[in-house]
Ligand binder design. Structure first.
Ligand SMILES: NC(=O)C1=CN([C@@H]2O[C@H](COP(=O)(O)OP(=O)(O)OC[C@H]3O[C@@H](n4cnc5c(N)ncnc54)[C@H](OP(=O)(O)O)[C@@H]3O)[C@@H](O)[C@H]2O)C=CC1
Ligand SMILES: CC(=O)N[C@@H](CCC(=O)OP(=O)(O)O)C(=O)O
Length: 335
């Protein structure tokens, strides 16, 4: 049995990791940690674990993490990199934060507006989008789990990236859990419920992540990305518009690109959030609009599963040669 830990257990992605991992046949969650709530049972905070998983929350400890086979870091950016500095040579790391997603420290510091606490380790990290980097992930000591919006956009564009001409327009909508559990201005129930708004208009932090990954296929790609906040708990729907250099059979391109990827489904009807809620699937609908000569792609994910904790477990499965679906099927969460 693999021994794993979850650091940041009190947050939304930490909670989701535990919900999924207690059903994983090859894994024992032997360490759960957070900054606050140490000494309390996780089931005191989340009663859904009562009688199922009653372990006590421990402090964040290098020695405890070093005793494990793998650790999931479900912490804010910069906090995560500070922990990674102390443990990267002692345990396999799957980092859910943004700290190791960009290969350039300058880009990180420009977009995140903070100094990178462990810039020398950036070269040791692999971008953990399994469908694009399966082989590199197997050997990596630090897996940088992708951002939620970035997952929905990169998967939706990778099959046609080399055909793209001009700026790609991305219009994404996310449920509120994407912002984490901590109370934040503008995220109170009465602000969000029955409301809808765009945010981060002048540049969202996921833009460089999308561009870096898509430029592996086509160095000319530039992304215009506007996120929106949906009055829902979870889910991301991205609608993407692009011009192509030449007419292509897009449906065939997508089906061929993802023919070996269980968790990406190329669908024949525009998908809804209900298709994927509580699952590790990304459903993608590509459509070439002959009238205006544009490619339109619609993708949906659950931000907390394929956009975070499910994808993190998919990465663990790849690293340790488990079936990629282990712990993620059948549907782990019933809405
Ligand atoms: N929510 C989502 O959909 C997605 C989130 N992510 C990323 O995953 C990471 C976790 O996100 P999420 O679970 O949503 O966040 P939450 O805000 O829900 O949880 C954050 C966790 O980090 C802990 N924490 C906060 N500040 C510190 C600190 N200074 N030192 C130690 N621990 C701290 C919190 O513990 P405490 O109880 O002590 O406050 C909590 O356990 C973030 O980097 C986020 O950007 C990535 C993809 C999607
Ligand atoms: C709805 C909402 O607020 N979503 C978050 C994205 C969540 C995410 O993926 O965050 P990291 O890249 O920091 O890991 C945001 O827009 O900042």
């Amino acid at each position: 049995m693999l021994e794993v830990g979850i650091v940041g257990i009190t947050g939304f992605t930490g909670l989701e990791l535990l919900k999924l991992l207690i059903n994983h046949k090859g894994v024992k969650v032997s360490y759960i940690a957070s900054r606050s709530e140490t000494g309390r049972k996780v089931s005191d905070i989340y009663p859904l674990f009562e009688g199922v998983y009653d372990n006590v929350i421990e402090p964040i400890s290098v020695d405890r993490m070093a005793s494990l086979d793998a650790v999931f870091l479900a912490l804010p950016h910069t906090v995560s990199a500070s922990v990674v500095k102390d443990i990267y040579d002692k345990v396999r790391i799957i980092d859910l934060s943004a700290d190791f997603r960009l290969s350039s420290v300058d880009e990180y510091e420009k977009w995140y507006k903070v100094k990178h606490p462990a810039k020398d380790l950036l070269r040791n990290a692999v971008y953990g989008l399994v469908e694009l980097n399966r082989q590199q992930i197997k050997a990596s000591r630090i897996v940088a789990n992708p951002g939620c919006y970035a997952t929905s956009v990169i998967l939706a564009l990778a099959p046609v990236a080399s055909y793209i001409n001009d700026i790609v327009i991305v219009d994404s909508k996310s449920g509120v859990s994407g912002a984490g559990r901590a109370a934040k201005d503008g995220l109170q129930f009465c602000e969000v419920n029955e409301n809808f708004k765009a945010y981060s208009i002048t540049g969202h932090r996921h833009i460089p992540e999308m561009e870096e990954q898509l430029r592996r296929y086509n160095n000319d790609i530039t992304v215009e990305f506007i996120p929106h906040l949906l009055p829902l708990q979870r889910g991301i729907l991205s609608t993407i518009y692009a011009s192509l250099k030449e007419r292509a059979n897009v449906e065939e391109l997508y089906k061929d690109f993802y023919k070996n990827d269980f968790f990406v489904r190329v669908v024949d009807e525009p998908p809804t959030l209900n298709n994927v809620r509580g699952t590790n699937f990304c459903d993608i609908y590509p459509y070439y609009d002959e009238r205006v000569g544009k490619l339109v792609v619609i993708s949906v994910i659950d931000n907390l599963i394929k956009g975070a904790s499910g994808q993190a477990i998919q990465n663990l499965n790849v690293i340790f040669n488990f079936d990629e679906k282990e712990g993620l099927m059948p549907y782990p969460y019933y809405p």
